[in-house]
Write a protein that binds this ligand. Sequence first.
Ligand code: SAH
Length: 395
Amino acid sequence: MSLPKVILQKGKAKPFFSRHPWVFAGAVDRIEGDAKPGDEVELLSTVGNFVARGFLNPNSKIRVRLYSWNENQLLDESFFGNRLEKAIQLRESLGLMAPEGGCRLIFSEGDGLSGLSVDRYGDYLVMQVSALGIFQRREMIAGILQKRLSPKGIFLRTDKTMAKLEGFEALDEWIFGDSPSGNIYIQEYGLQFQIHLASGQKTGYYLDQRENRVQVAKLSRGKRLLDVFCYAGGFSLHAMNHGALATVGIDQSQQALELAASNASLNHFSNCQWIQGEAFDEMDKLVESGEKFGVVVLDPPRFARNRNDVKDALRGYRRLHMQGLKLVEDGGFLVSCCCSGAINMDMMEELLAQVATDQKRDIQVIEKRGPSGDHPVSVSCLESHYLKCLITRVL
Ligand code: SAH
């Protein structure tokens, strides 16, 4: 059976021969054959050479998402079985499959599965879908995961914005199994965290910061830590576990702070304070009252969704760092996290240099970090390197 073909415009094939998975509408010349949204297609160069295979979405700016560069391999159940297996094997190699732990099992482009992320929280999986072709195949994918890992349940979560952009229904539902009768907890480096997998942010927790939280905690012994954008309290609690004197967490979400407070008591930490409010306002108040901290963590939500937002986003980051720096005591640490793929480490360093000059302080880079290993970066799609964590000392 011959598949519908998507023919690229002249001179547009190079990124896709180089295995970039997103074919934007502007690169497409024409479609040959009868292809419905979500169908498998072959991508061809102008002169008719095979480039790759993917799923078509005529309603999305990403017209075709590519999954395979092998002409002889259909994107069927056996293909997905193989891809998912490779991803799971990586987490096994990283030692992240302890039954009581949590990890990202599948990381979209990082695992060659654009539009599919799966997080494991103990015996439960949360599947997050952001591409039509994957959405249409969600049952098949869940079936493979269920067979391989025997989870107690798989919950499907959809980012509403992505569902709209890709043109599918935003479903949040149990795709396999049932909601657990009690709370779900995971262990992370000796601490317990409660996970709200159906109602929490993202898929319930931010697994990408796992290693960064521990690294920052090691610098926090004997210090007070300010955890700006704290969500479930990860940076604060690990700092307490490593001998921090006290922590202050700021988040605008009351639900997040309730989770953070319950995680603190779950782990028997009493010197944690949680402030509900807008981060910039609350930091202003701390500056006004002359507060200083040994460690300040800035872990904001994504400021730039794409390249067009970068200028405004950098202005936001600069303002955030101006305030953050004022709150770091002499010799203390500033931890700058950024989850905008469009902003890179060089931009962050330059921004810190501007802030240092403005406030007449010295900033030393101690470590440049990325996400945990279960969020692999595809060298063909550097957009998958979204999380940066820059640890600096301030004098
Ligand atoms: N540091 C966390 C993850 C932070 S995610 C961890 O290690 O798990 C970003 C957080 O910022 C979310 O909890 C969100 O509720 C919060 N947030 C978003 N905008 C905010 C704002 N303007 N002021 C305060 N908090 C905000």
